[in-house]
Design a binder for this molecule. Structure first.
Ligand code: 5GP
Length: 116
């Protein structure tokens, strides 16, 4: 599928809409989720235009997972979380709502959160 350059994360990357940025480098942006599933819920995205993991270049994928690892450690420390959940949805059928690949970094457990 072709990349939609008007998706909300593309607009955040271009600075057209605001986001609470927690980390940025030449290939990566991390920012707070606007509707957090837990306090500290952070999204990590590549700057490469890719809708899903299947569209991402190998180089960008390798960089992205390194940055996810780093940000997961930072969120764990900042939120004093005993555990961190990562999830990443590909395609509408999987529940993806924003068509720019992103990792969710979530303090705690979505399994526990859903059980309550
Ligand atoms: P998905 O369901 O695609 O895996 O997750 C998309 C995530 O993006 C959701 O958790 C949603 O709350 C978040 N989101 C949607 N629109 C915005 C926005 O404009 N700003 C920010 N910071 N997060 C957004």
């Amino acid at each position: 599928m072709s990349y939609d350059a008007n998706n909300i994360f593309a607009k955040i990357l271009r600075g057209e809409i605001p986001a609470i940025t927690v980390y940025e480098d030449d290939q990566t942006l991390a920012f707070m989720d606007i509707m957090p599933q837990a306090h500290g819920h952070t999204l990590v995205i590549p700057k490469e235009a890719a809708e899903t993991l299947h569209d991402l270049s190998d180089d960008a994928a390798a960089n992205l997972i390194k940055k996810v690892k780093m940000i997961a450690a930072a969120v764990k420390s900042a939120m004093q979380a005993e555990g961190i959940t990562l999830f990443q949805l590909n395609g509408e059928a999987a529940g993806q709502t924003v068509p720019h690949i992103h990792f969710h970094v979530l303090p705690g457990s979505i399994v526990t959160a859903r059980a309550h």
